[in-house]
Each structure stands twice: as C-alpha cells, then as structure tokens.
Design a protein around this ligand. Structure first.
Ligand code: SAM
Ligand code: SF4
Ligand code: F3S
Length: 421
C-alpha cells in the first residue's frame, strides 16, 4: 500500500486544497501517514505571505533533502504560494520531483496518476481520514485587487470563480459524508461570480448553497470592504443558515496609510459599512486584519489604528507586522519602521484586543449558547457558536457533529468553557 504525507501552512485556501488533495489521493488508493519518512508521496503546501512563513517553508523543504537521499523512490511535490517561477525553483531544489501552482490540485492528482506504476496495489476507496464536521470550499481563486503589500495576488493570479452548480455539488457531497458546516472561500469572496455567465453574485451563491439539505451552517471569507455590497449583507440577514460572522480586514485605521496600501476605501467609509452591517445583522461578530509598521507609518498613524479598534470593538483582530514581499509595489518603498518598533506596535494591538475580546465574551457568562461540536480536544468537546466563538465542555456522550446548548461558566478572550444546559 502506498502512503502520502501532507504538510500545510498558510490560509484556509491551503487547508481546503490539502483536503481536496488528500481526497484525490485516497481515491487513488493512497493512505495518509503522519510521518514523512514512511511516505511514498510527500506534499508540501506552502505560504509566503510574510518572510516568516517563507522561512518556515524553506526550512521544511531543506529538511527533506536528506530524506530524499535515503529514500530516492519517495516523490516530493511542492504546491502553494511559494510556487512562482518553476524553472528557477527546479534549479534551487533539484531533489523536488514536482512544483505545482497554488491550488492546482487536479494537476497534482494527474501527475500522481501518471507516475503510479501499473503494479501499484490499488485499494478500494475507503477513506481512513474522518470527514470533518466543518469544511472549507474554495469558490473563487485569485484576486484582481492591487493592495500594495500583497504577494497573494501575484502568486494566485486573476480572479476565477467556480460555477454555482459545481460548488453546490461539492458542498452536497461533503454534507453526505457528515459535514454540517461549510465555509465558502476566496481571497476576495465578495467578488464571486462577476466572471461567470449570467454573473451570479455571492448572495446568489449563498442562496443556492442554503438549499442543501442537512447542511446547518454556512460561512464565507474573506470580504473586502469596497466590495461588500448590500445584497451580500441582506443575504446574511435573511438566510437562516448563514452565520452572523463576517471577516472584513481593515488593515489600518489611517487614511494616508490606507491610500499607500491601495485598499480603495477610507476609514470613514469602513466605519459606515460596519454600522450598516451591525444594523442589518443583529448580534453579528466581526473579525478584522491589521498590518502594523507599513512603510512610513508614524506613531500618530499607528495610534489612529488603535483608536479605530477601540471604537469599533471587533470580536477578533489578526495583527501582523509588515513584511516586504518581492515584486509588490510596497517593497519599493523604504521599510523604515524598525523591526523592534513593529513588534512593539503588534504587542500593543494584541493586548488592546485581548481586553476588548475578554470584555465582549464576559458578557456571555451565565448565558446559554448553541455550539456545533467538531471534535474532542484534550478530554473536552470543542465547538463553535454561530458567531465563531470557541466553546469547550466536558461530557461522556458523543457530541461530534451535534448541536449542543452550553451554559457558559468561564469566558476568556479567545475561548469559553461551559456545561451542558
Ligand atoms: N484577501 C485577504 C484580504 O484581503 O485580507 C487575505 C490576504 S492575506 C492571505 C491575509 C492577511 O495577511 C492580510 O489581511 C494582511 O493583514 C496580511 N498580510 C498580507 N500581506 C502582508 C505583508 N506583506 N506583511 C504583513 N502582513 C501581510
Ligand atoms: Fe491581497 Fe488585497 Fe487581494 Fe487580499 S484583497 S488578496 S490583500 S490584493
Ligand atoms: Fe499564504 Fe498564499 Fe494563503 S501566501 S496566506 S497560502 S494565499
């Protein structure tokens, strides 16, 4: 029997691609292994969004060199956002058998089919990986925006939407295998459909996915503030399965910085959008991304971001220190905020958000929330509320894939604990 090993870092898109790759390989009779050393096929699914991610990828990649020497018959395939200039990569990493463009799952499966010797022992397609309760489904690849710091758009190319039918079919199959929640993915998911015949939009797609029987929850990410149209907000408000949770990166709370980032909106426009979302979708939780230390970001401009976060009180903030990326417009600007200053700003926002999120969650103490339970983790059942809050509780029953009513007994900034109500 042949074994495969997949190593994944990066965003949900990579997680989705790795899941699709695993499914394709299982169908070819491959079985999953935790250990790269015993795999016949090793797949690295890579990310280069910041230098730190790229460094991790390069570290993992070099660790495979001695392995390949010991087991020359093992096939090493690299996919994801590291893969740009394949000729150059082949020169630098001659021990890698194949490089595939980001999200080229079909390409990888095709390659394995061709490579597989006719003597390969084909197993019936019974998966040894448990189907997850919550699954990611890519709906639009690439990005047509021009954010000046961003390498994703360079590595993933222009926007390509998948047809509604294809997405509904994939989501339907996942539900038949036990999924109860799907998250529709795109770098700019709000742009979904403009390149398809008839130009369906994200609201149409949500409506179509909503019809899938036995699917309980629908999420989508990532939204772009300039593309989040009223129709999308209305769809979230009116479709009962679509959860009250929106991921809408602001990146900075200062107009001059937003302009240099080429984000396409002002702080005021962003705040008005947030107000509209909160008015139409009561109880909505909002997540955002922030970059600190962008070229030329002054202390005052940084403080404007803190002010926005204090006033808006997001449920979740992902904060990153700016990292210049090759080929981006911002990489031509002087990277003039020193590393330790970027780190200081990052910590300030993390601490500020810890207070805010802690305060928001404290209000749920003693309340009963509904959680969709995904798995057991360190002896406790782990689930999420519709608003994407993490909830843990102990119970001897089997709660996987069920909705539990949980009374909150402890609330921290990142998760909550409770008991069955
Ligand atoms: N399309 C999404 C968006 O517009 O937010 C996701 C882009 S990226 C995969 C996720 C986050 O990484 C971004 O929201 C941004 O905060 C951060 N990021 C992207 N490029 C970065 C860079 N050069 N330095 C630091 N953080 C970066
Ligand atoms: Fe990059 Fe901006 Fe597109 Fe997000 S919206 S992928 S940050 S170019
Ligand atoms: Fe990383 Fe590519 Fe996602 S750079 S964050 S894996 S789109």
């Amino acid at each position: 029997m042949k074994h495969y090993h997949i190593w994944t870092i990066g965003c949900q898109m990579n997680v989705a691609d790795s899941r699709r790759t695993a499914e394709g390989l299982e169908r070819l009779g491959y079985r999953w292994t935790k250990w790269a050393e015993e795999a016949d096929l090793i797949v690295l699914n890579t990310c280069v969004v910041r230098q730190s991610a790229e460094d991790k990828v390069l570290g993992r990649l070099s660790s495979l060199k001695p392995l390949k020497k010991k087991h020359p018959e093992a096939v090493i395939a690299v996919m994801g956002c590291l893969v740009d200039d394949i000729t150059a990569l082949k020169q630098d990493f001659s021990y890698v058998d194949a490089f595939l463009k980001p999200s080229d799952v079909e390409g990888l499966i095709q390659l394995v089919k061709e490579h597989r010797s006719s003597a390969a022992n084909l197993q019936p397609p019974i998966s040894n990986i448990q189907s997850p309760i919550s699954c990611y489904v890519p709906v639009i690849q690439g990005c047509n925006r021009f954010c000046s710091y961003c390498i994703v758009r360079l590595r993933r190319g222009r926007e390509r939407s998948r047809p509604v039918d294809e997405i509904v079919e994939e989501a339907g199959c996942l539900v038949k295998r036990g999924a109860r929640e799907v998250t529709l993915l795109g770098q700019n998911v709000d742009a979904y459909g403009h390149d398809l015949p008839g130009q369906p939009d994200l609201a149409d797609l949500l409506t179509a996915v909503h019809r899938i029987e036995d699917l309980w929850r629908i999420r989508f990410l990532t939204s772009h503030p300039a593309d989040m149209k009223e129709r999308i907000i209305d769809a979230v408000a009116s479709l009962s399965k679509v959860c009250e949770h929106i991921e809408i990166p602001v990146q900075s709370g200062d107009d001059a910085v937003l302009k240099r980032m080429v984000r396409g909106y002002t702080v005021d426009q962003y705040c008005r959008l947030v107000a509209k979302i909160r008015e139409r979708i009561p109880g909505v939780s909002l997540a955002t991304d922030v970059i600190v230390g962008f070229p030329g970001e002054t202390e005052e401009q940084f403080m404007n971001t803190c002010k926005l976060l204090e006033e808006t009180r997001f449920d979740v903030v992902h904060v990153a220190a700016y990292s210049p990326r090759p080929g981006t417009a911002a990489s031509r600007l002087p990277d003039d905020v020193p590393q330790d200053e970027k780190e200081r700003r990052r910590k300030i926002i993390e601490e500020l958000q810890e207070d805010i999120a802690g305060g928001i969650n404290q209000r749920l103490l003693g309340e009963t929330v509904e959680a969709l339970i995904e798995e057991k983790h360190k002896g406790k059942w782990k689930g999420r509320t519709r608003t994407h809050r993490l909830v843990f509780f102990r119970d001897d029953g089997d709660w996987r894939g069920k909705l539990a009513q949980v009374k909150i007994t402890w609330a921290g900034p990142w998760s909550m604990q409770g008991e069955l109500a």
